[in-house]
Design a binder for this molecule. Structure first.
Ligand SMILES: [Zn+2]
Length: 104
């Protein structure tokens, strides 16, 4: 009889522990700010990677350093160009040779 009581006590404390960790897990998964943070971190990491891949560290259209902002890229004659905005990319594509020459 004593053994049975002890066993049920262990079972109850295990259930309680499970319940607590389940609650904790749900709290983390449901944490919107955490999800946004990791998305922002992933975006920042992605931009760092792209900046390390572009052949020039400046936006060829406006001359802005890409570390200040990188929205788009295009490959032209084997070189990868980064742009601070879609407008700059469009500007570059109007006269890629002219801007490419300036980038050198
Ligand atoms: Zn620009």
């Amino acid at each position: 009889m004593k053994k049975y009581v002890l066993l049920s006590f262990v079972a109850i404390s295990m259930l309680a522990a499970c319940h607590e960790s389940a609650n904790h897990g749900a709290g983390v998964a449901g944490g919107q700010p955490n999800a946004i943070d990791s998305a922002a971190q992933a975006a920042a990491a992605f931009k760092k990677t792209v900046i390390s891949l572009v052949d020039y560290k400046k936006d060829p259209a406006c001359g802005m350093p890409l570390t200040a902002g990188l929205e788009d890229t295009t490959r032209y004659k084997g070189k990868l160009y980064g742009f601070c905005s879609k407008e700059c990319k469009e500007e570059f594509l109007k006269n890629p040779d002219g801007y490419a020459a300036k980038s050198k």
